[in-house]
Design a protein around this ligand. Sequence first.
Ligand code: NAD
Ligand code: ZN
Length: 366
Amino acid sequence: MPTVHVNLDKRNYPIVVGNEILKDIGDSLQNFEAISKIAIVINPLVASFHLKSVKESLLNKGFKVSVIIVPDGEKFKDYRQLLNIHRKLVQEKLDRRSLIIALGGGVIGDISGFAAATFMRGIRYVQIPTSLLAQVDSSIGGKTGINFLKIKNLIGSFYQPKLVYTDVSLLRTLSQEELHNGLAEVIKYGVIKDAGFFQYLEKNIEKILDLDLSCLEKVVFQCAEIKAKIVQEDEKEKGIRTILNYGHTLGHCFETVSKFSYKHGQAVSLGMVYAGKIAQKIGLLNREDAKKIERLLQKAHLPVSPLKKFNPQEILAILEMDKKRSAGKQKFVLPKKIGQVIIKDDIPIELLKEVLLNAKENNIFS
Ligand SMILES: NC(=O)c1ccc[n+]([C@@H]2O[C@H](COP(=O)([O-])OP(=O)(O)OC[C@H]3O[C@@H](n4cnc5c(N)ncnc54)[C@H](O)[C@@H]3O)[C@@H](O)[C@H]2O)c1
Ligand SMILES: [Zn+2]
């Protein structure tokens, strides 16, 4: 099976990408050192589609299995549900030789990974990502955690899985909106690292939207490869890993001003468009590449201009708050051309204002 290897000293792990491979998960886990018990963490929606197949595959290979249900939604990525998972792990008598399977989107992946990191000082876990976003992004790289005091991912740790097991056929049950959401991150990889991949996306976007699984297999594999390489170089985000935040600086602001009515991917799409505007303004990016990025986002049913009226000042205030929180300078990841970005921490506030206010003049904010 096509496999990407994440090489991190003693914490190496494979990312397996395939089509219709879910039923074989039991085989893959047989290669692991003795597993006393497996807990599958899942939400009710994903359970209704995909739990049976995983459970059967594990039981067929003689594993002992428990299931822990977490309600669906970002608001449940919290300490209550974390404790709920821990409580169930105790009740079901999991021990240091047990293993957690995170079977779901990014929410389940993040909270289950953190539950694994903190239970008995760390037990093994496996990611089976089921949303496109989770397959190309959140399942890879070992960032785990929960939200706290309305701050996203405030409590968490870097804790790598033992295996990421990605079956693109699971995307068949994903809603269109969630598919588009994940495509924002897919397009991000093309812009930050790989012009050839960007071109492939331009050519095949219709197929991707029609859920052509062999095409999606290539896309997910390519994204996994790009992210794995970046994580390998800079696991704890002290340098190059920052480029994965392309579109996320302003994206986060759009998420906040929309009071989270924007999906993450929609906000990141806007963030990428505005990063392009800033990059053009400082003479970094040419108009043609900026347009290409916008066109591809649009084809992927992602917004390239805000859907609602925003006050640019509000966005600047959120940026300022983020800057304080990160105790440093506001970093922008800006495209130089498709396939290459640079990190700038000296974008003058006046320039930002101008880009955001221009947007207003262009009627983008109304
Ligand atoms: N750890 C990281 O590096 C990292 C990176 C990016 C995002 N994240 C986190 O990931 C989360 C977002 O992930 P997400 O977009 O997957 O959200 P999500 O987990 O909420 O999933 C989105 C929706 O799709 C549903 N779903 C998932 N797979 C499905 C399937 N196969 N069929 C039908 N429905 C399915 C879910 O039930 C949910 O309703 C956020 O909490 C974000 O902070 C983490
Ligand atoms: Zn993101």
